[in-house]
Design a protein around this ligand. Structure first.
Ligand code: HSE
Length: 447
């Protein structure tokens, strides 16, 4: 079969991922041509400063010194945006769409917050947006959801979508270390950014699960309404006590679909059974478990960040879009970038979450405390599945004078967040405990 033309690509932003994309496009050119029948030409790359040393240096003819060299070049079909941030890429992407250039971006922040506007404009202008690199780096989860699982209603998604936090929790669990100690080590090893705020506060994982939820449920969410809790307040005592109960702590990104376009999207530290496959995803790795009504459970595992893994995802988008352009597939038969059904999704409120809970109180070791607390939980119809009380907490608890107060942990059966919060409020206001209770949600489905 004859293909209509060579496809020209430009990259804007020549950082870690950009260098990886150029390397793969140049070094695997023949392989890509053989496999896809498409000749991909990396025509131009723009970065603000070409005087630096780059891991994958480019010949002078590929260097663009102004964005206009790319925007004004009618032969450039695809622009790969790898700048990061919000304002500049937002303007660049809109400009490219208006000029008829297809877009590839790994910018999850931008897509989670401005996705509706960008995808609407792209749809109007018949432009494809590729974003495989935006979620879970090299794991081909976007294509899996968009195409391979298209015959499924997605019942739920569980994702470990942030490598930095997974590394920290793995070290805390395996080696009994404190959060701050591991964070410092992770920064020294280059696993955590110098400013890891968006990783540890859960927002990075929030961006990624919001994108997966949009793709799975056919509409966009108001990102600021997504419930997000990070790992910054996790203490090693809870990781150790959870372990005794048979659980491993992960920063889990969760999306669940219900009737009437209702969706639940949340990110928070979560205890999962230690024998669950996701509990065994250690270190900086990412993994996603998807349950579709027809396929059942499927799990995807791999590198969620890094130059070549993310570039591998970007290149898959380049080839995918290049094929569409080359074959001249029209809109009427082409799957849209986002599987978008133009639905308004209703995000479940946090008070309506329904799950199991791990609750740790610090209590004085005196007569009747356990029965009083259990009584308050019974008032709110919350059933307790397991209890741990520790006589001594040497080396586990960093709080003041640990000998006067001991940890009392309740593991509940499934309960509503609303009733859990009310019961905890009542316990705390009854002066039975010291300080605030530690609450960690547990995903462990009960039949
Ligand atoms: N900082 C992210 C992580 C990778 O730690 O997984 C980029 O999304």
């Amino acid at each position: 079969m004859e293909f209509s033309k060579e496809i020209n690509v430009a990259i804007v932003g020549y950082g870690v991922v950009g260098n990886g994309v150029a390397k793969i496009l140049e070094e695997e050119k023949e392989l890509i041509l053989k496999r896809s029948g498409i000749k991909i030409n990396l025509k131009k790359v723009f970065t603000r400063n070409w005087n630096k040393k780059f891991p994958y240096p480019l010949p002078d003819e590929k260097k663009a010194y102004s964005l206009d060299e790319i925007l004004d070049d009618k032969d450039i079909d695809i622009v790969v945006e790898l700048v990061g941030g919000l304002d500049f890429p937002y303007k660049l992407i809109k400009e490219c769409i208006n000029r008829g250039k297809h877009i590839i971006t790994a910018n999850k922040h931008l897509l989670a917050e401005k996705g509706k506007e960008i995808f609407t404009l792209a749809e109007e202008k018949n432009i494809r947006i590729g974003f495989e690199g935006a979620v879970a780096g090299g794991i081909p989860i976007i294509k899996a959801l968009r195409e391979s699982l298209v015959g499924n209603r997605i019942e739920k998604i569980y994702g470990i979508l942030n490598g930095t936090t997974n590394y920290i929790l793995t070290e805390m669990y395996g080696k009994g270390k404190n959060f701050n100690e591991v964070l410092k080590e992770a920064q020294e090893l280059g696993y955590a950014e110098a400013d890891p705020t968006l990783d540890i506060n859960g927002v990075d994982a929030g961006h990624k699960i919001a994108i997966l939820a949009s793709l799975s449920y056919g509409g966009f969410l108001n990102f600021s309404d997504v419930y997000i809790e990070g790992i910054e307040d996790i203490e090693k005592i809870d990781i150790q006590l959870g372990k005794e109960l048979g659980y491993t702590l992960k920063l889990l990104a969760i999306a669940k679909g219900y009737k009437n376009n209702e969706v639940e999207v949340r990110v928070h530290p979560t205890f999962i059974p230690s024998e669950h496959p996701l509990a065994k995803v250690d270190g900086v790795f990412n993994a996603i478990m998807i349950k579709g009504n027809n396929v059942g459970e499927s799990m995807f595992y791999g590198k969620g960040a890094g130059s070549l893994p993310t570039a591998s995802a970007v290149v898959s988008d380049i080839v995918d879009i290049a094929k569409s352009i080359s074959l001249g597939i029209g809109r009427e038969i082409e799957i849209t970038s986002m599987n978008w059904e133009h639905k308004d999704l209703n995000l479940k409120k946090v008070s309506d979450f329904y799950t199991r809970y791990y609750i740790r109180f610090m209590v004085p070791d005196t007569v009747g405390i356990l029965s009083k607390i259990a009584g308050i939980f019974a008032e709110y119809n919350i059933s307790i599945a397991a209890v741990i009380q520790k006589e001594k907490v040497v080396g586990l608890y960093n709080g003041a004078n640990s000998s006067d107060f001991i940890p009392l942990v309740l593991l509940t059966h499934t309960a509503s967040e609303n009733s859990i919060q009310k019961a905890i409020e009542k316990v705390e206001s009854s002066n039975l405990t010291k300080g605030k209770a530690k609450v960690i949600r547990v995903e462990d489905e009960e039949e």
